[in-house]
Design a protein around this ligand. Structure first.
Ligand code: PMP
Length: 329
């Protein structure tokens, strides 16, 4: 589907996956005016196909669009385009409860213009469907070892950290390579000013689980200050956790607190969450100066319970009191 100032959104169509042509001067190649979403279509126990909270992806898509000076897409058009694509061929979503098809809606600036004078005035919106592979190997989750990046910063206040724009990810590759070089699976981003406050991971948000004597366990996830992506899995867990008997709050945690509370045994579990990996336990932390383990380094019971519950809702085997699951076909 295309957008121009004169015609607004137009020319929506469904076509087989293939290449399209853009001039070398197309502005997205030079100025990175681009954004995307990441979602899945799920196969349910009864064979039907569903989406999970697609209206939230539509809202985040438009928040990204506003930040990137791109046109918003009516939420119902966003959702309808996913539904049309998914229902085109039910066979694209593999058989078997819980299996899924990855969906990648994206928008790029298409003006052929080399001058950095004004944002593009034409845009292209597409959705690509692709087989979903397990993010960290599949099967029961194994714990990740994470790298605290102090040489790179992902986002600053007033920047584009909360938007799902390609440049955030382009800038993250070097930190990912640094993490791999240190034998770690993922980068943990810290704040830009002091490099001491935890923000999020490469493609996931983070949760910390605190055990409290005589009280409900408390889950804490870094607050949305404009520098981290407002994950839909993160939001779902903040709502789900109290129903399972846990307190869940947004807050902040420094790397010193992370290390010290782990040593004291009060911070018992840490996990990352996102559409692709759902919930991934964090077992060990490394930086240039130090390393420590979280609990005994293995996936903790609260992490596993939340994972099972969320997967249950997404796959239709657990009740869905908030109406998060949207039936497609
Ligand atoms: N943070 C970043 C940087 C991400 O790329 C993602 C994946 N979209 C997330 C967090 C998790 O977001 P969600 O739960 O909506 O997939």
């Amino acid at each position: 589907m295309r957008w121009s100032a004169e015609r607004g959104w137009h020319d929506g169509r469904l076509e087989p996956y293939g290449s399209f042509t853009l001039e070398p001067a197309t502005s997205v190649f030079h100025y990175g005016q681009a954004m995307f979403e990441g979602m899945k279509a799920y196969r349910q126990h009864d064979g039907s196909i569903t989406l999970f909270r697609p209206e939230e992806n539509a809202a985040r898509f438009n928040a990204s669009a506003r930040r990137m000076a791109m046109p918003e897409l009516p939420p119902e058009v966003f959702v309808e385009s996913l539904e049309l694509l998914v229902s085109q061929d039910r066979g694209w979503v593999p058989e078997g409860a819980g299996r899924s098809l990855y969906l990648r809606p994206f928008m790029i600036a298409t003006d052929p213009a080399l001058g950095f004078t004004h944002p593009s005035r034409t845009f292209l919106f597409c959705v690509v469907a692709s087989p979903a592979t397990a993010y960290f190997g599949g099967g029961p989750p194994t714990s990740l070892t994470v790298w605290l990046s102090t040489s790179f910063t992902r986002a600053v206040r007033g920047g584009t950290g909360f938007a799902k724009t390609g440049g955030n990810y382009a800038g993250a590759f070097a930190a990912g390579l640094e993490a791999t070089a240190h034998g770690c699976d993922q980068v943990v981003w810290l704040d830009a000013m002091e490099h001491s406050w935890v923000e999020e991971m490469g493609g996931m948000n983070l949760f910390f689980v605190f055990a409290r004597e005589g009280a409900r366990p408390r889950l804490m996830t870094p607050a949305l200050t404009g520098t981290l992506l407002p994950g839909i899995t993160r939001d779902s867990l903040l709502r789900l956790a109290p129903r399972l008997g846990y307190d869940a709050v947004e807050g902040q945690i420094s790397i010193d607190e992370w290390r010290e509370e782990c040593a004291a045994g009060t911070l018992t579990e840490v996990f990352a969450c996102g559409t692709a990996a759902v919930i991934a336990p964090v077992g060990a932390v490394r930086s240039e100066r130090e390393c420590w383990t979280v609990g005994d380094g293995r996936p903790g019971p609260i992490t596993l319970r939340l994972r099972e519950e969320l997967l249950g809702i997404q796959h239709g085997s657990a009740p869905d009191p908030d109406g998060w699951v949207r039936h497609v076909c």
